[in-house]
Design a protein around this ligand. Structure first.
Ligand SMILES: Nc1nc2c(ncn2[C@@H]2O[C@H](COP(=O)(O)OP(=O)(O)OP(=O)(O)O)[C@@H](O)[C@H]2O)c(=O)[nH]1
Ligand SMILES: [Mg+2]
Length: 377
């Protein structure tokens, strides 16, 4: 879909401030965009309408309100940034729609949410359209009795000087880019308002040398958000992860800056690294104590085994001694028996020998006697 030849405008702003109604006034086709009164954002997604004014082609894209109590920041952001699908070649002008009245902290937050979602580069392409600007119309709609756009701008600046957040918003875009819008005005005034809007759009295009806000810039804002979400996922502690995502959500709602979110991420990462360190040290200490306990256990087991071995050895030695004693006593007994047997044998031999010895002298006697007798002879 080539939209390069069209001037692409995107209606942005807080829920219910009149984006869709202003879109209808600009296209001059009633009900191009659904507009309704209510707390909840009527426009749920992005939609667009191509039209032309005096031969110039336009595309206008309506977006959901930047504050929706029924959606979390992420879902809202996703829906809001859907406009880039209808603006593949970039955006010529963001029409930031503000309802005239009190500039509340919520109004300021919604404007910051726009800056956060699209990046500050979007400001160079932004107009501020202030709806409900009934003072533009005189008492008689057919007369030019109302105040001029110039006077209206001046009134806005006077009001902004009393509210710092409003002044910041106005200054960031530029006073000359403010247009008063009265969507319930006469056809004639509405035509004038439309003309005024298109004139300012043209000035914006000229000041940007025809260069559009590119989707690359939107992608850059998205890439930053993704880097924070990645950082959150890397946090081990679910509470810390939630904490960082909340901070990101606060940033989308304009209550925190990118710097604050980055600081928070660094701080949470440091806390986590510290905890990891403490945990690792405790783990190492536990392991060391366990190893020591195991070593002590092994030592006592070894001691026990050695004690057991010693007792066993002593037992065996005693047994051996006993066996040796027994063997010795047996040997002694055997010796004794052998001695006894020897003695008995000797005795028996002696006993046997004794009568013979007694008998022998008897036998010799006669011989001696005979000798003596012979000697005598
Ligand atoms: N009197 C008056 N009413 C207006 C003007 N502009 C819008 N409204 C009314 O304001 C109400 C909300 O307008 P919408 O156009 O639905 O607002 P929106 O910003 O598109 O709202 P969401 O899509 O919900 O974010 C509607 O009832 C409109 O008729 C205006 O200039 N003057
Ligand atoms: Mg709407």
């Amino acid at each position: 879909m080539a939209v390069g030849d069209k001037t692409v405008l995107v209606l942005v702003g807080m829920t219910g401030d009149g984006k869709s109604t202003t879109g209808n006034s600009i296209t001059d086709v009633p009900n191009t965009f659904v507009a309704k009164n209510g707390w909840q954002s009527e426009t749920r997604g992005c939609s667009f309408k191509d039209f032309d004014i005096d031969g110039t082609n336009y595309r206008i894209i309506d977006t959901p309100g930047l504050k929706d109590t029924n959606l979390d920041a992420e879902a809202l952001h996703e829906r809001f940034r859907g406009f880039c699908d209808y603006a593949p070649d970039g955006v010529d002008g963001f029409l930031y729609v503000l309802k005239k009245g009190r500039f509340t902290p919520e109004t300021a937050a919604a404007f910051k949410a726009f800056r956060e979602a699209c990046g500050d580069a979007a400001l160079q392409h932004t107009l501020i359209l202030i709806t409900h600007a009934e003072e533009l119309e005189g008492e008689d709609p057919d007369d030019d009795g109302g105040i001029s756009q110039k006077a209206f701008r001046q009134d806005v600046v006077t009001d902004a000087e009393k509210v710092p957040s409003m002044l910041e918003c106005v200054k960031s875009v530029g006073v000359n880019r403010i247009v008063g819008v009265h969507n319930k005005a006469s056809k004639r005034l509405k035509k004038d308002i439309r003309k005024e809007i298109m004139n300012v759009v043209q000035e914006v295009q000229i000041s940007n040398n025809g260069k559009r806000y590119s989707n690359e810039q939107l992608k850059e804002a998205e890439a930053w958000r993704n880097s924070i979400k990645k950082g959150a996922r890397e946090l081990e502690d679910p509470d810390r992860c939630r904490d960082l995502l909340n901070e990101l959500s606060e940033c989308f709602h304009g209550r925190k800056t990118r710097d604050q979110v980055e600081q928070k991420m660094a701080q949470l990462k440091a806390v986590e690294a510290n905890f990891r360190d403490i945990k690792a040290k405790a783990e190492a200490e536990k392991k060391r104590a366990e190893a020591e306990g195991q070593r002590a256990d092994e030592n006592s087991k070894q001691k026990e085994a050695a004690e057991k071995d010693k007792i066993e050895a002593e037992g065996k030695a005693a047994e051996a001694r006993r066996s040796a004693d027994q063997a010795e006593s047996k040997a002694r007994e055997a010796q004794r028996k052998a001695d006894d047997a020897t003695a008995a044998a000797q005795q028996a031999a002696a006993q046997q020998a004794a009568p013979q010895q007694q008998e022998k002298p008897k036998k010799q006697q006669p011989r001696a006697d005979a000798g003596a007798a012979r000697g005598l002879e």
